[in-house]
Design a protein around this ligand. Structure first.
Ligand SMILES: [Zn+2]
Length: 512
């Protein structure tokens, strides 16, 4: 008599991840340990051949075990877990909802489910850092992933396959229960199991999120407001992945919409829309994301198409290559206000990046066309209740770092990250702040950039236009006890960055 292995489950049972219909279940039973029991008198039947074909197409390994129909019936009835699996599946869904809600409560940006041999870790990314949330068995982890993928998502492929990379999105009923706007899911097999990452996208609704709250200085907000008030021109935002660029663009677009009393047609092209922007028409880029060439052409096509949709303001998710850059600049040249992003390290490096992509220098250094260059990074803010003052911690840090802090900061006002307390959930952190550079180019700056290069243009920006470098802003934040200098150096820049290129001008507060 065949007996299903102790912790093996019957996946073809009702509610199982390879569920079969009632007729097929009479002659097929597939288990989580890879045994495929089939009725020996039905080896060539349609159901059996179709099921074997499906397993092969999904690269699932299995061993065929011919048995009698009675034995298959016994396998189903002896596997208690399987007969309970419908109930279990809805129980699993509840478990998933509670995991996601916990993450939402902590304002996590991502949930990581890491299934390994013998154990599953569930971690949340909060304020840019991964935090361990809970542990469960390997089986429970696999079940959770299968439940999410197969019963709580809109998916391209109907069957969850832990041996392949798959993408999905949380379905709207799931999102409603968790209070989210969207949830993107990616999975990948690992050497010892499976990784599933859920990116959580929040609906901030009409919450008045302002640039000032993100960490932009009063002067920077004034400049961005001027950019937002222009009827045409291109404004480009740069920053590493996860630096909050979408949040900044969302703030800017909401501001434009309210400034113009909702009389402006604001159209976005996004891959995919990350936040709902009330008053804007948001459109996703649709193409095969695995095909770079197709993605590139689709961006350019979407921008050209958008021009015919009569926008006043166009937000174009990303300038990624010459195709999309050309289309984006054409949009700005034909009298539209354009906001977009590129990958670049500082505000003026945006021009160098456009140059790399192949945008004509005459176009990208036209200050009437390129009206704004912004770069931003995020760094953590210290919990004011448990941060540690200079004298308690300075002796523990690296000599070189300490010397830079002593040279550029006011040590009496410097604080370090504490051990954590109740107020900060024992993390030592109180959210994150943007550290940005905002450049409103003028003719002279563009001229210097063209003839003398980026560093000369940066010098002109600081000395003649009063530009605030991220190095300068970081030192101000450290001197206010908001940012740990060691974390600031890791996230933003070295404290002597400006000094080594002769741009250091001291903190306005006192130190010179
Ligand atoms: Zn604290």
């Amino acid at each position: 008599m065949e007996v299903i292995k102790r912790d093996s489950r019957c996946l073809t049972a009702k509610g199982g991840s390879w569920e079969l219909n009632e007729d097929a279940r009479k002659i097929i039973c597939f288990t989580s340990s890879g045994e495929l029991y089939i009725s020996s008198s039905h080896e060539k039947s349609y159901w059996v051949l179709a099921f074997i074909d499906k397993l092969r197409r999904n690269n699932v390994k299995f061993v065929i075990k011919p048995v009698s129909i009675e034995q298959i019936a016994q396998l189903y009835s002896s596997n208690v877990l399987a007969t309970d699996s419908v109930v279990q599946s809805s129980g699993r869904q509840e478990e998933v909802i509670s995991i996601v809600r916990d993450a939402v409560e902590l304002k996590a940006s991502d949930i990581h489910i890491i299934v390994r041999e013998n154990v599953t870790h569930i971690k949340y990314r909060v304020d840019g850092e991964l935090r361990q949330n809970q542990e469960m068995s390997e089986n429970d982890g696999n079940d959770i992933c299968a439940t999410i993928y197969q019963t709580m998502c809109d998916v391209a492929e109907p069957v969850f396959n832990p041996r392949r990379s798959q993408d999905a999105r949380l379905m709207s009923t799931t999102l409603e229960k968790c209070g989210l706007y969207g949830g993107r899911i990616a999975t990948r097999p690992t050497d010892s199991g499976l990784l599933m990452v859920i990116r959580l996208l929040y609906d901030r609704g009409s919450n008045n999120l302002e640039l000032e709250h993100l960490g932009y200085t009063v002067e920077q907000v004034r400049l961005i407001n001027r950019m937002a008030a222009r009827r045409f021109g291109i404004n480009i935002l740069s920053g590493p992945t996860g630096s909050g660029k979408s949040t900044t663009l969302e703030c800017v677009l909401k501001r434009i919409i309210s400034q113009r009393e909702e009389k402006a047609h604001v159209l976005t092209l996004e891959d995919p829309p990350e936040y709902r922007i009330t008053g804007a028409v948001q459109t996703p880029i649709q193409c095969d994301k695995n095909d770079d060439d197709a993605v590139s052409k689709e961006w350019a096509r979407a921008i050209s198409n958008a021009m015919r949709l009569d926008p006043d303001i166009l937000m174009c998710g990303e300038v990624r290559d010459l195709h999309s850059a050309t289309a984006t600049f054409r949009a700005a040249m034909t009298g539209h206000g354009v906001w977009t992003t590129v990958h670049a390290n500082d505000a003026l490096a945006i021009l160098s990046r456009l140059d790399d992509i192949g945008v004509s220098p005459a176009i990208m250094t036209d200050a009437t066309l390129v009206t704004g260059l912004i770069s931003q990074v995020l760094t953590r803010k210290l919990c004011p209740h448990c941060r540690k003052p200079w004298h308690q911690h300075a002796h523990l840090i690296d000599d070189a770092v300490r010397q830079r802090i002593e040279k550029y900061c006011l040590t009496g006002q410097v604080f370090f990250r504490g051990e954590g307390c109740e107020a900060c959930g024992f993390t030592g952190i109180n959210g994150r702040t943007v550290i940005a550079e905002v450049v409103e180019p003028d003719d002279a700056l563009m001229d210097i950039y063209s003839h003398q290069g980026k560093n000369a243009a940066r010098r002109y920006w600081v000395e003649q236009l009063g530009g605030l470098t991220r190095n300068h802003i970081l030192i101000q934040m450290i001197n206010k006890g908001i940012v740990d200098p060691c974390e600031g150096e890791r996230d933003v820049c070295m404290l002597d960055d400006d000094d080594v290129v002769g741009l250091y001008r001291g903190d306005d507060a006192s130190k010179n």
